[in-house]
Design a protein around this ligand. Structure first.
Ligand SMILES: NC(=O)c1ccc[n+]([C@@H]2O[C@H](COP(=O)([O-])OP(=O)(O)OC[C@H]3O[C@@H](n4cnc5c(N)ncnc54)[C@H](O)[C@@H]3O)[C@@H](O)[C@H]2O)c1
Length: 583
């Protein structure tokens, strides 16, 4: 099956937010044939003017297939009937009524459980609950602290618009709980969304995925299941992991307790998780190629079809689905390493990485995305998944493939190191005891996630040289930064962090008295700072090292900064203005 291109470059996420916040009656249908004012009317499940007892609200205009109530003859079908196709402007309301009813072995899917309340489980289930008010969705986790945060006003993860969605559904059809057994037993469909980090021990250490959390979840489901379940592998796993899950579960099967295992990898990106989940490029569902497997895949697809157009829901065999997720992340990481490799050539030749990226990005075969040179990719997934692929290649006795993909990681490490080496060399070959204002600690903007953030490694290299770091990030708590920097792989002697690191409340206090500003994360607010004010309060000569190529370099140089940006050959000091001059 093939997918159609989805999100156009010109479809800003504000459209999605408008959908979330605009009263239904004021919305205009944007998909399908032309624009049409929509009328609000009472869900036929409601009685005597009161709202529908299931969706607890009114439905919007008629379905475009002409079916305007829960069934063609006006009978109530079931929860999940057409009235619950809410808030969709993407043509989903063309669905056949029957296609949105979910059964497992003849049993209606009324309840979903998600094991793992992390960056994937929390947002994914919030969107499912928001889009499927007829479903009860419970997200469970071993961590009491994490569940308490999900139940508080201060969610454990920051994602734009996530607060609004959780607030809309929590306590209605979205629940966060530590009662794992209860939620698993009640659910007909269970997502496994636990962490699959790189192994830090034993065989495959440093490359293979650690599958113990997945296995523990599967064993727990098998030991307490009380009826038929569809178990959905949402975590990113090596190819054939679903077979292990299925083997574990099938050993617990009885006449009444049957399992179907599906692969449904998540493609959301942190920082745009809500947008990605509301308007995914595609949803991928892999399943056993048997009647039962296909039926289970169709059940899961029917849930997504409440807001995802059917043509964007791809079904494959299980192994293709698992491998596609690893491959997608490997390709994305590879693009970043590729453009970073070119950035080094730019710095030595006078080519400008921004011009090169633009020039190649206009080639429709290449495309403009993921061509931003930077201090390297971070996040919990890219490195882990590429390493996972490398290990898979090694296990399959494909050393050339393993080496090929491993180079993506080596290039990423080198880019971080290269950035720091340039800082040291530029600052007269020493940063010992110099104060450096580090702007940004999260691995990318619009998230508070610091896992594998390049800033951690840049900070490590700078601390190794004795630099004093004044770090500011708008979303990362001090406790998280200190814990990351004190990790034994970063600081053998954790006391050096106490000596060398100060966490600041804002960019101005970070830069006060500093010898240099080091931009590590591309937070928008860093563009808006008053750089004259920053400059006035810094030690001179004052340097800026732009690891995200995001600042107005001309303006900074006019102020008096010595500016270095990745992939651009200039060190145009106030006295050296010739474009392309290196001094
Ligand atoms: N973070 C992303 O951007 C992203 C995107 C796509 C896919 N993924 C994949 O999704 C999976 C989850 O990633 P994440 O970032 O949400 O991880 P996470 O570490 O944020 O969350 C995982 C959660 O699972 C919980 N958990 C582990 N074992 C459990 C068990 N037996 N029972 C109950 N809870 C348990 C942990 O306590 C943790 O809260 C990983 O495989 C990851 O590779 C992540």
């Amino acid at each position: 099956m093939t997918s159609t291109p989805i999100r156009s470059e010109n479809a800003p996420f504000s459209d999605a937010l408008t959908l979330l916040t605009t009263p239904i009656k004021n919305r205009r249908r944007s998909g399908g044939s032309g624009s049409e004012e929509e009328s609000e009317y009472q869900c036929p499940w409601g009685r005597n003017g009161s709202p529908c007892p299931v969706c607890d609200r009114r439905r919007r205009g008629k379905l475009t297939n002409g079916v305007d109530s829960h069934s063609a003859n006006g009978d109530l079908l079931s929860p999940g009937g057409d009235c619950h196709l809410d808030g969709t402007t993407n043509g989903v309301n063309d669905l056949n009524v029957n296609s949105v009813i979910s059964y497992v072995g003849g049993m209606l899917v009324k309840e979903i459980c998600c094991i793992g309340a992390g960056y994937v489980g929390g947002p994914t289930c919030a969107i499912i609950a928001y889009k499927c008010p007829h479903l009860r969705v419970t997200v469970v986790d071993l961590s009491e602290e994490r569940i308490a945060q999900w139940n508080s006003d201060d969610l454990p993860i920051y994602e734009p618009y996530l607060d609004e969605i959780v607030r809309a559904c929590r306590g209605r059809n979205l629940f966060f709980s530590t009662d794992i057994a209860g939620a698993v037993q009640r659910a007909q469909l269970i997502f496994i969304s636990v962490n699959t980090p790189t192994k830090t021990y034993g065989v495959g250490k440093g490359r293979a995925a650690d599958l113990r959390y997945i296995e523990a979840a599967a064993r727990m489901i098998g030991s307490i299941a009380n009826g038929p379940k569809i178990v959905v592998e949402k975590s990113t796993v090596p190819v054939k992991a679903a077979a292990s899950i299925a083997q574990i579960l099938k050993s617990s099967e009885t006449a009444d307790v049957r399992f179907q295992v599906l692969s449904n990898p998540e493609f959301l990106a942190e920082g745009t998780a809500v947008e990605d989940l509301l308007t995914p490029d595609r949803v991928l569902i892999g399943g056993e190629q048997s009647p039962e497997g296909l039926k289970a895949a169709a059940e899961l697809a029917s849930i997504y079809q409440h807001w995802v157009p059917a043509e964007r829901i791809l079904t494959t065999n299980t192994w293709s689905s698992e491998l596609s997720k690893l491959t997608a992340n490997a390709f994305l990481a590879q693009r970043i390493s590729s453009i970073n490799a070119i950035s080094a050539i730019c710095e030595m030749t006078g080519a400008d990485i921004r011009e090169v990226a633009h020039a190649i990005g206009t080639d429709s075969r290449i495309g403009p995305k993921f061509l931003q040179a930077s201090v390297g990719f971070g996040g919990s997934c890219f490195q882990k998944d590429v390493l996972n692929l490398v290990y898979l290649c090694e296990c399959l006795n494909l050393p050339q493939c393993a080496d090929y993909w491993n180079q993506v990681i080596l290039m990423n490490d080198w880019q971080r190191r290269r950035f720091v080496d340039n800082i040291i060399e530029t600052m007269f070959d020493t940063v010992a005891d110099k104060h450096l204002a580090v702007f940004g600690f999260s691995f990318k903007k619009n998230t508070g996630d610091t896992r594998e953030s390049s800033t951690i490694y840049i900070s490590k290299h700078l601390m190794d040289e004795g630099a004093r770091l004044h770090i500011y990030d708008p979303k990362v708590p001090k406790k998280q930064m200190i814990s990351d920097l004190k990790h034994p792989s970063i600081s053998e002697d954790s006391s050096r962090v106490d000596r060398l690191v100060t966490v600041c409340d804002d960019a101005y206090s970070a830069a006060k008295g500093a010898h240099a500003i080091v931009v590590c994360t591309e937070w928008d607010e860093f563009k808006e700072l008053d750089y004259q004010r920053l400059y006035n309060n810094m030690a001179k000569p004052a340097f800026v090292f732009d690891g995200r190529i995001m600042l107005d370099h001309e303006k900074l140089m006019k102020i008096g900064f010595y500016v270095h940006a990745l992939g651009v050959k200039f060190m145009r000091t106030p006295s050296v203005r010739a474009c392309g001059d290196a001094s």
